[in-house]
Design a protein around this ligand. Structure first.
Ligand code: ZN
Length: 241
């Protein structure tokens, strides 16, 4: 028989569980299987299917560097190689469309730890999320790159600064060719003069495909500060270009 104390404790435990489930979904974002409270977002099976980018890091870095084509970009950190229909797509989808701020925060922290594993000292002075056009942010309610930036900021102990803005609404890049992507985003960002104060900054995106968006942003940043160092962070990098 349940004692009064156990009954009370049970109720408290349930409340704690439901509180956790408000923050962390209680089903896997990819397969929908139920998760235990200690696991966040992905079940063991799905997490083991994630194509983490660590072993191919240099190859990916070189490809992204080519896409961005800016000598100010000194290094690139990504968590996984993004594949359509894969576990990675479910993670990005939840981050973008289900208002799952906690996913952004959690994966941002993972990115920061990856950075700290390679760098004993952190000389990043501020973290800049890739901006979205203000009306788009209004529709969606948030910018997913900002959520990732907050996770990075919490670990690196560096502020998130909105020093780049998107001045024009552009069509989605997804169906455009590489050349069209470059034209689509060129001259659609503006960088603040405040950037002159910094030597080293982080630029944060959710997925890198051709690198056209980052290229356009880096161009604006370096037109303000031509000696700045840029470290790029992105959750995913697309497998094919
Ligand atoms: Zn799963």
């Amino acid at each position: 028989m349940e004692t009064r104390f156990q009954g009370h404790f049970g109720k408290q435990k349930n409340r704690v569980n439901s509180f956790f489930h408000l923050i962390f979904p209680n089903s896997c974002v990819h397969c929908g299987n139920e998760l235990s409270v200690i696991r966040d977002f992905l079940c063991f099976g799905c997490e083991s299917k994630v194509n983490w980018s660590e072993p191919h890091h240099k190859k990916i870095e070189n490809r992204v560097q080519q896409g961005i084509n800016d000598k100010h970009v000194v290094s690139i950190y990504t968590l996984f190689i993004f594949e359509k229909e894969g576990v990675e797509q479910s993670v990005i989808h939840h981050l973008k469309y289900r208002n799952s701020a906690q996913i952004g925060n959690n994966f941002g922290r993972k990115l920061a730890l990856k950075f700290l594993k390679k760098n004993e000292t952190n000389d990043i002075e501020c973290i800049i999320p890739v901006p979205v056009f203000h009306r788009k942010k209004f529709d969606r309610g948030y910018n997913q790159a900002e959520k990732i930036s907050k996770g990075l900021a919490a670990v690196l102990k560096v502020p998130v600064c909105r020093m780049v803005s998107k001045t024009t609404q552009t069509v989605s890049q997804t169906k455009l060719t590489r050349e069209e992507r470059l034209l689509n985003v060129n001259n659609t960002f503006r960088a603040s003069q405040e950037l002159l104060k910094f030597k080293s900054i982080a630029l944060v995106d959710d997925v890198i495909t051709t690198g056209a968006t980052l290229r356009a942003i880096c161009k604006e940043i370096t037109s303000v500060n031509e000696s700045i160092r840029i470290i790029v962070f992105s959750l995913g990098v697309a497998k094919f270009q």
